[in-house]
Design a protein around this ligand. Structure first.
Ligand SMILES: [Zn+2]
Length: 72
């Protein structure tokens, strides 16, 4: 990660760990949609959630795995 605070270089397929757990107990989410809102899917229960980008960035605690695909 660079020196900037937060996680703003978001890519499709990234897996991130959130600060708070989903009600199902999982902390890990996969990025499934990019835009003004970020779509993420819970890795445990597969539920999808849309979050405003600014809020998403604040809630991410760590990048678990970086997507291999190169999205321009
Ligand atoms: Zn879940």
């Amino acid at each position: 990660m660079s020196g900037s605070s937060g996680y703003d270089d978001i890519r499709l397929g990234d897996v991130v760990r959130m600060r708070k757990p989903h009600p199902c107990g999982s902390y890990d989410w996969e990025v499934v949609r990019l835009g003004a809102d970020i779509g993420i899917r819970c890795r445990q229960c597969a539920r999808r959630v849309l979050l405003p980008r600014s809020r998403f960035v604040r809630q991410v605690k760590a990048l678990v795995s970086r997507s291999e695909s190169t999205v321009p």
